[in-house]
Design a protein around this ligand. Sequence first.
Ligand SMILES: Nc1ncnc2c1ncn2[C@@H]1O[C@H](COP(=O)(O)OP(=O)(O)O)[C@@H](O)[C@H]1O
Ligand SMILES: [Mg+2]
Length: 284
Amino acid sequence: MMEEGDRKDAAPGGEPIISVEQVVVETEKIAQKGLTNDYLAGLARNEPYVSIENLRAGYGKMEVLHDFNLQVAKNQSLCLIGPNGAGKSTILHSIFGFTNIFSGSIKIDGEDITRLTPNEKLKKSGIAYILQDQSVFPGMTVEENLWMGGYLMDSPQEAKEKAEQIFEKYPRLAERRNQKARVLSGGERRLLEISRALVMEPEVLLVDEPSIGLEPRFIDMVFEILDDLQHGEGKTIIMVEQNAKKGLEFADIGYVLVSGETAIAGPGDELLENPDVGRLFLGG
Ligand SMILES: Nc1ncnc2c1ncn2[C@@H]1O[C@H](COP(=O)(O)OP(=O)(O)O)[C@@H](O)[C@H]1O
Ligand SMILES: [Mg+2]
């Protein structure tokens, strides 16, 4: 018989649940020895498009990322997984310019962008940040939301033209162009969030937990959209995903982050097959 107090240790299906603290301890035990920059470069075909070197960054005076390194080639995708609080979102925040950077550098196509503001990153460096902290404007129509995505463009007309291209690509959104965003389903809202970022024609998409809060059929839809953006439109994608299985199935490269450092890195499909990653992050 299970006692009342044991319940927190078991998921509804009877699978044992381990705490974040335990995951951290366990992951540190299985951390890859000698995870070198050469290895990370190899994963990125030795042609890094986005590269992060020896980054120390955080909020206020608190350092969240300690000597963090990342490399991803153009047209590749990289997925960050790891326990809550590991610093995954902080990596995306740092690339986009939302954190305090104490040292280290972030480069795109060889150009140092470490100190640019988010607006400069969006407008000049072609980086877009999607989701988690961001949301659509519920009282505006779908169309107006898309126009807002182009607020940094030189003229509103440019944003409107780009919005039309997006409506051609996603009929699902076009059907609802005059409806308020608040009436959209969860999946449509996510599509709008992604589309709004596309108005600026970014090369690099930073995507934070695209599947969060979505029903399974919409999760598949979101991953199909991301797949098309990578393989159909040549975008480079850096994503964080709590649904590690989906994220690693999707991404070319996977990093397991623990306490602000990378414990394990490898091709996404290899991480999927890694029994330790499976035990700690894939639910079995
Ligand atoms: N805006 C913020 N201000 C201060 N601390 C933050 C902020 N965002 C995150 N943190 C802290 O940074 C650490 C890493 O958080 P985060 O990057 O959000 O983790 P993850 O995305 O892996 O769950 C946590 O200790 C969290 O409390
Ligand atoms: Mg996060």
